[in-house]
Design a protein around this ligand. Structure first.
Ligand code: RUQ
Ligand code: CUA
Length: 632
């Protein structure tokens, strides 16, 4: 049976506008003059972003690498890319995915789709400890330690299909959120034909706990919800701190073969925000109401009244964002030219007064008009909202390819809402997300905003059919938004976090006895401890690397041996890295000062194979080499 698809006028209007916008993005006007910087004064923009040699940037910008599986770090305001943090993808530059520990963490996958980085928070402020990021493809979340900018844990979430609504953190990093973007038969592994979508397929909303000392993540609970597509999320703050919020589309709960989800999922006028009380969920997970399914504590919301509610929102929403004061919950339907402000106080009232307009699979739907504060006519294709320190919000407009600045409540009774849309700035082109300085905290800084653009025609030299992405730095500190800079962005940016540089305190070396790092049992610190040990077909090598030699520098094995090499870089000087590459064995370790890494492999090719240091470490770096002899 085919769904009857109603193409309403708004749809058509948006389609026409997007075609006009897209066809005007021909890139020709981007060369020089006005079009090159959207009208800002070029000299003052250049000065505002110029970080002189020897000076440092004011902010770190962490942006997601999408299907590159990585996180990229840039400095703001220079927008210089300073570091790549591999998360879900091997990265030869740092040897990530080659040594035993990181290979194990990758769990056999060669990629992930990293979407929404989130900095850990204490009291609703970035605390500079960890960065979390989700994998939209393989149901995972990861934690990066900001002491060494390295991925420390990847957690696979059972029963997860998609994992887009992640990794938004609660006020004190008690939890990070996670949710299914693509509903699937529940529990995972179960087979059900897509014709059974409405009944056999489910979504799940997940609370992932974070250990306050170690940062270790674990699945706290899973809530089974109707087969909508759960999209983006946010965690509450202040008055709403106990709640998590996600948007969802396809509340039609349909997936009809050949009928195009983009059409079938746009029939209803409204979709939803779903909100979950994570304290109540944690209690329920510990009670007899929770069932263990594939190792996760699973809750049916119909069994736990008060745990979850739906809030109607303009259809096909993307972002839901909680304002710094925790009272205003802002949701944007992509097909509506407005963004909606909900009042958490009204939400509380509606909950206590059971002011419901419906109930879906045991989850009450709060009455829209009772919880809505206002609809703000921001413009076409609103996606995501960020904040400043002056009570303003900034919403990205994908279709209109602009950022709208608007005022948060209070509003005058009966006022024309257009007056609260203060200003718009065009971006080049088709912005997805935006990120303001400390924009997800209780106290945003209100000086910088980065527009993460999806299409960037004409902003860079041509490199063939794929146009390099661009991010644009916008000054929001003055009374008018000013475009400052266009920066190249590695594919595929989805979201970013911007944090004041002095909130981070990265280490300089792994100090020999630093109790912060778990002790590596294979570490050695003197050439005397180095050597080759054999037991049967197993060969274990303990090696040190230090300017400018490796010990041992000859490793003798027999063809077919199982070889493990543990390398310790015994340097205690910053930036004195060493590498260990073994020719023709596809081995590439990079060892930071004070670090130990291990690699295990089968010596399956006989012959003589040189090994050498890949990281330039001294004038005699070229001499830092040895041989592995594999006897036939
Ligand atoms: S996201 S723009 Cu909006 Cu996960 Cu991609
Ligand atoms: Cu060690 Cu180059």
């Amino acid at each position: 049976m085919r769904a009857k698809v109603k193409l309403d006028y708004l749809w058509l209007f948006i389609l026409v506008v997007s075609l006009v916008v897209l066809s005007s993005c021909d890139g020709k006007k981007g060369k020089r003059g006005r079009g090159a910087n959207g009208g800002s004064d070029q000299t003052s923009a250049a000065l505002a972003t110029y970080v002189a040699p020897g000076d440092l940037d004011e902010y770190y910008l962490f942006y997601s690498g999408g299907h590159s599986g990585q996180v990229f770090v840039a400095g703001v305001p220079s927008m210089r890319h300073i570091c790549t943090i591999p998360v879900y993808t091997p990265y030869p530059g740092t040897g990530y995915g080659f040594d035993n520990e990181s290979k194990k963490m990758l769990g056999g996958y060669t990629w992930g789709d990293s979407h929404h980085p989130a900095l850990s928070e204490t009291n609703g402020d970035y605390d500079g400890r960890w960065l979390f990021i989700n994998d939209n493809a393989n149901g995972r979340v990861a934690r990066i330690d900001l002491k060494d900018f390295k991925t420390k844990q990847i957690l696979k979430i059972p029963n997860m299909s998609g994992n887009h609504g992640a990794t938004f953190v609660t006020e004190n990093t008690e939890y990070i959120t996670s949710a299914t973007r693509m509903s699937a038969p529940f529990p995972s592994g179960k087979y059900a034909d897509v014709t059974k979508y409405a009944t056999e397929y489910k979504g799940i909303l997940v609370g992932v706990t974070v250990d306050p000392k170690s940062g270790e993540m674990a699945v706290g609970w899973e809530i089974v919800v109707p087969p909508f597509n759960y999209d983006l999320g946010d965690a509450g703050k202040g008055p709403s701190a106990d709640w998590m919020f996600w948007t969802c589309y396809n509340s039609e709960r349909e997936f009809i073969e050949g009928a195009k989800l983009e059409l079938t999922a746009s029939q209803r006028d409204k979709d939803f925000i779903v909100m979950v009380n994570w304290k109540e969920a944690a209690k329920a997970a510990k009670s007899s109401k929770a069932k263990t399914v594939n190792g996760a504590k699973v809750i049916d919301p119909a069994d736990v009244p008060g745990i979850a509610y739906f809030i109607p929102l303009a259809k096909s929403p993307h972002g839901v964002d909680v304002a710094p004061n925790g009272r205003w919950i802002i949701g944007s339907g992509k097909l509506s030219p407005t963004t909606t402000v909900f009042d958490f106080e009204k939400i509380q009232k509606a909950i206590s007064g059971k002011d419901y307009e419906d109930t879906i699979d045991g989850i009450p739907v709060l009455t829209y008009t009772s919880v809505r504060e206002a609809e703000i006519p921001v413009g076409l294709g609103p996606l995501h909202t960020q904040f400043d320190d002056k009570g303003n919000a900034y919403t990205s407009l994908f279709v209109e390819t602009a950022v709208a600045k608007w005022k948060l409540p209070p509003y005058d009774q009966g006022a024309d809402m257009n007056q609260y849309v203060l200003e718009k700035i065009p971006v080049e082109y088709n912005i997805g997300h935006l990120c303001s300085a400390e924009g997800d905290t209780k106290s945003p800084d209100g000086n910088y905003l980065v527009a993460l653009n999806k299409l960037s025609k004409g902003r860079h030299l041509s490199v063939g059919p794929s146009i390099p992405e661009s991010s644009q730095l916008i000054d929001i500190g003055g009374s008018n938004m000013k475009l400052l800079y266009d920066a190249f962005t590695e594919p595929e940016p989805h979201y970013a976090q911007m944090v004041k540089a002095d909130k981070l305190n990265p280490i300089e070396v792994y100090k020999k006895d630093d109790p912060y790092w778990p002790k590596n049992p294979h570490a050695i610190w003197t050439p005397e401890e180095a050597g080759v040990k054999r037991s049967g077909r197993k060969v274990e090598v303990k090696m040190i690397a230090v300017r400018s030699f490796m010990a041992p520098d000859v490793i003798r094995v027999n063809k077919g041996d199982n070889v493990t090499i543990h390398v310790t870089n015994i340097e205690q000087t910053r930036d004195e890295l060493h590498g260990l590459a073994i020719n023709d064995y596809d081995i590439n370790l990079v060892i930071d000062p004070g670090e130990t890494k291990s690699i295990t492999f089968k010596a399956d090719k006989s012959g003589v194979f040189a090994f050498y240091c890949t990281n330039f470490c001294s004038a005699l770096h070229q001499e830092m080499q040895g041989y592995m002899l594999v006897k036939p």
